[in-house]
Design a protein around this ligand. Structure first.
Ligand SMILES: Cc1cc2nc3c(=O)[nH]c(=O)nc-3n(C[C@H](O)[C@H](O)[C@H](O)COP(=O)(O)OP(=O)(O)OC[C@H]3O[C@@H](n4cnc5c(N)ncnc54)[C@H](O)[C@@H]3O)c2cc1C
Length: 458
């Protein structure tokens, strides 16, 4: 079997790239080792309930008709209608630090007002930072990385405000410990503060179903439960792919969303485990199903980013989990037409992959229970105690992320060194998705689109 393009991975970037290529009549096949599409943002069923693997919120929300934004460009490129993703806006979110919190909504003026109320001395500095961000071209594929902490601190002189800005942006899109590249900071700042959060009422299934339907309608082929075992190259050029079932596919080009190091290892390149291209940041995520709406318990925010001291640490922790900061998401607190069937709270903390990967399987289960209890206690100090309303919980760890996505170290945001132009040392092998540099659901789709446009159209 021979293809124009084979795409490794049916996550958000792979599906979006596939639509572009199939629409322009390329013979394209997406290979996905799992039984379901969606990648890191897939879905599952447990005890009669439907869960999203990861979805807290879709970033980059803008109202219908807003032009020249990531969401509108993405819909145009994928020939989708605004209504297809059925996005419903958040109510409001919060950055909560000791003694000060900042509320934000999808109206940026709310955030500006909060900053001028809580940090009056920084009002003009924040205005100047926003002006710099608005004029910055974060999509330049040839930019040199610059420390976001250095740039932001050159505008904002109150270190607490700097930490408060970094907390949500790091949690939702930084592969770097304790800093970000400034272009990534700008992407995240615009997508979270200047644009905003939304969710489809039915969760990530809505997005995946729309992408799948479009891809198939354009004539694309998807093979699930089909892992890539080896990328066969000769003289720096891919010739074929060997699948885990032993079959061999020929292809002119490959777009891989499996991660840079993960992909290069498929070519046979030896990359040591301590290589600085391998990401270190992973997370534990706990889902609590409640017998009532979180608002009935006094929890009315869509997303809360908390930190329990004035300094925000975003790095691989020495313990299995770092409870000093976290994200608390309430999927119910979006403006849906109908209420969700049950109340739900999702929590995220930074976690240490190596420590989760080590314990024996019994110990692993005991550690999950231990850390879930500790996390619950901590979270119930940030929001009103919801323990007596819990009817079901599920938790996953860095080990689960590695098992289901193949990401080394369970590193959700992949490598700290991004490959903006998608090129690899192999002439016709390209990277898209997380390790190309655009992250999150919207970012990954845009990455798939731009890498398909740049490398695989002719
Ligand atoms: C817990 C969690 C919560 C998140 N929450 C949000 C959120 O609320 N909002 C948001 O915008 N983003 C969120 N994200 C991030 C978002 O999910 C990712 O940035 C995005 O989905 C990445 O898409 P991708 O296509 O780059 O990679 P992936 O989703 O990792 O897709 C890569 C695919 O390649 C497949 N693959 C790998 N190796 C092979 C192989 N050898 N052969 C065949 N297939 C292979 C994998 O199985 C996978 O399906 C979250 C992520 C996690 C883990």
């Amino acid at each position: 079997m021979s293809y124009d393009v084979v795409i490794i991975g049916a996550g958000m970037s792979g599906l979006a790239a596939g639509i572009r290529l199939a629409y322009y009549e390329k013979k394209v096949c997406i290979l996905e080792k799992h039984s379901r599409p969606g990648g890191m943002n897939s879905f599952y069923n447990l005890q009669g309930r439907q869960f999203d693997v990861g979805l807290h919120a879709i970033t980059n929300y803008v109202k219908k008709g807003t032009k020249n934004t990531p969401l509108s460009k993405l819909l145009k490129q994928l020939k989708l209608k605004y209504e297809d993703f059925a996005l419903c806006e958040q109510k409001s979110s919060l950055i909560s630090f000791p003694d000060v919190s900042l509320c934000f909504t999808n109206n940026f003026q709310t955030f500006e007002q909060e900053i001028s109320d809580k940090f009056p001395s920084q009002k003009d500095n924040f205005y100047d930072l926003c002006k710099h961000i608005s004029q910055f071209n974060e999509l330049n594929l040839n930019s040199t990385p610059v420390s976001a902490r250095e740039v932001v601190s050159s505008f904002i002189s109150d270190p607490l405000l700097v930490e408060m800005l970094f907390c949500p942006l790091s949690y939702y899109g930084s592969a770097k410990e304790d800093d970000m590249d400034f272009d990534q900071f700008v992407i995240m700042f615009k997508s979270i503060f200047m644009e905003g959060f939304a969710r489809p009422e039915t969760g990530v299934r809505q997005i995946i179903n729309v992408l799948l339907k479009k891809y198939k309608a354009c004539g694309g082929e998807l093979r699930l439960k089909t892992g890539v075992k080896h990328i066969n190259s000769r003289n720096g050029k891919v010739k074929s792919i060997t699948l885990t079932n032993g079959n061999v596919l020929e292809t002119k080009k490959i777009l891989s969303s499996a991660g840079y190091v993960e992909t290069m290892r498929l070519t046979g390149e030896k990359i040591q485990p301590d290589n600085d291209r391998i990401g270190k940041l992973s997370f534990v995520e706990t889902i609590y199903v409640l017998d009532r709406e979180p608002t009935e318990l006094g929890i009315d925010k869509a997303i809360i980013f908390y930190n329990d001291s004035k300094k925000f640490l975003y790095r691989k922790p020495d313990n299995m989990v770092d409870l000093s900061s976290g994200v608390i998401c309430c999927p119910n607190n979006f403006y849906f037409d109908n209420s969700l069937p049950e109340g739900m709270i999702r929590t995220t903390h930074i976690a240490n992959f190596d420590l989760w990967d080590n314990p024996s399987s019994n110990d692993y289960r005991a550690q999950k229970i231990f850390w879930q209890k500790k996390s619950l206690k901590k979270i119930c100090g940030v929001v009103p105690d919801f323990t007596s309303s819990m009817v079901f919980t599920d938790m996953f760890t860095p080990k689960t992320i590695k098992r289901f996505t193949g990401r080394l170290n369970g590193a959700v945001y992949g490598s700290p060194r991004k490959i903006k132009n998608g090129k690899t040392p192999v002439e016709n092998l390209f990277i898209c998705g997380t390790d190309q540099g655009f992250m999150g659901i919207i970012g990954a789709m845009l990455s798939g689109i731009s890498m398909a446009n740049l490398h695989a159209m002719n």
